[in-house]
Design a protein around this ligand. Structure first.
Ligand code: PMP
Length: 429
């Protein structure tokens, strides 16, 4: 009843459109009515009823410079006048070529061939296709299995679900998907040996290893040390396997360095990027390959080409937004701010560690996590945040903050205080 009331009291587009929309990750019958947004600015979401929320999530970690950053908006507006989009088959243009060069210069080692797509999941699909075809092009027999990790998440399309944790949100698809090899992250010598043994037994059918570096995001904001990446690079080299790092969440400063792989000093063979690539303004993703991967596709044989080409590939507006977003990283201030945010999150969330029902408080870069034994009523918790003026969306039993990298100390203090209050009031045992 209450939800119907809020639907009819919203703007006309809300009341007339809601019955025609299918929302993400939602049981449409029981999901609480979504909040109608009028506009965004900086770290604020303004609702149509005049309420203002401090955003703790930055729109699934994309809006790294805050919403409506003028530099990005100007770049997109300029590009809109010139050319919003032109197909990328047989034609190229300035923004994606400039962006590809800049990403190649920023990424470590010889990661210098960029394939643009329009979403994170598709960039992972492309990485997987590259890895499978890499082997075929080298004259190997078909290898179509990836090693992936418990707690991992790489997207919602069929191929990416298959390399995500099979016990997670996609478990209904378990029997439908191609089986990959699920392993534990090599956190110590013993688990590295177990991983090596798994690789040894299956070497002939393996196309590569895929992992989210330093933080397994959507699977529960679980952190691991850079040494895990060093170990992965070592075993991948030992078994001559491609190492794919999915930096869709971690890329562009989130963990404290521009890319998470820098913390371990390793160079993956393929890396996927999206989310903060356009500063949260337009959909864009990139799959970036090392020279040896690209070289395997360099041939007189048309069948050795990478057969992929999304319609909106390398969209000019999205690439203009991404170039403008990269400008904003150039003076190093964003990364310095991440270091400050890390301190503020640490100070602000520390008291949560003493609350009943809290099993862990952890912070890395601009990611703050409060893990609970369980969350009985996720809807009630989300409402409690909104009632206090914060937009925070827990996943599973994890409450997390991934704010804009431009957020100020006061807003971080507000968000962490709200989390403390809500957790205390919810009395999760
Ligand atoms: N990989 C990772 C690590 C992600 O966090 C996500 C999105 N949460 C994806 C892949 C999928 O990206 P998209 O939602 O843009 O398809």
């Amino acid at each position: 009843m209450q939800e119907k009331a809020s639907v009819s009291s919203g703007p006309r587009w809300y009341a007339t459109g809601l019955d025609h929309i299918w929302l993400p990750y939602s049981q449409m019958k029981t999901a609480p009515a979504p909040l109608p947004v009028a506009r965004t600015e900086g770290t604020r979401i303004h609702l149509t009823d005049g309420r203002e929320l401090v955003d703790g999530i930055a729109s699934w970690w994309t809006a790294c410079h805050g919403y409506n950053h003028l530099h990005i908006r100007d770049a997109v507006q300029r590009q809109l006048e010139v050319m919003p989009h032109v197909m990328f088959g047989g034609l190229v243009h300035e923004q994606p070529l400039t962006l590809a060069r800049r990403l190649s210069e920023m990424l470590p080692g010889d990661l210098d061939r960029v394939f643009f797509t329009d979403s994170g999941s598709v960039s992972v699909e492309v990485a997987m296709k590259m890895a499978i075809q890499y082997r075929l092009n080298l004259g190997d027999k078909k290898r179509d299995t990836f090693v992936c990790f418990r707690g991992g998440y790489h997207g919602d399309t069929l191929g990416t679900m298959a390399v995500s944790d099979e016990t997670g949100m996609h478990k209904a698809f378990a029997g439908v998907l191609h089986r990959h090899l699920m392993a534990d992250l090599p956190k110590d010598d013993e688990s590295e040996a177990a991983l090596s043994a798994l690789l040894e037994r299956n070497a002939a059918r393996l196309a590569g290893i895929i992992v989210e570096p330093l933080v397994q995001g959507a699977g529960g904001m679980r952190f691991h040390d850079p040494s895990v990446l060093t170990r992965l690079r070592r075993v991948a080299d030992r078994f001559d396997l491609l190492l794919i790092l999915d930096e869709i969440f971690t890329g562009f400063g989130r963990t404290g360095t521009m890319f998470a792989c820098e913390a371990a000093g390793i160079v993956p063979d393929i890396v996927t990027l999206s989310k903060a690539l356009t500063g949260g303004t337009l959909p864009l993703a990139a799959t970036v390959a090392r020279r040896k991967v690209f070289d395997a596709f360099w041939s007189d044989d048309p069948m050795a080409a990478l057969m992929h080409g999304p319609t909106y590939m390398a969209n000019a507006l999205a690439c203009a937004a991404a170039n403008a977003s990269l400008d904003l990283f150039e003076d190093g201030e964003r990364l310095r701010q991440v270091a400050r945010i890390e301190q503020w999150l640490t100070a602000g969330l520390a008291p949560c560690g003493d609350l009943p029902g809290v099993t862990d408080v952890r912070i890395r870069g601009a990611i703050g996590v409060v893990e609970l034994v369980r969350i009985d009523d996720l809807g009630a918790l989300r409402r409690a945040f909104v009632e206090r003026g914060a937009f925070i969306r827990p996943i599973g039993n994890v409450i997390y903050l991934t704010p804009a990298l431009t957020i100020g100390e006061e807003d971080v203090a507000f968000l962490t205080r709200v989390i403390g209050e809500v957790v205390r009031d919810a009395r999760h045992a």
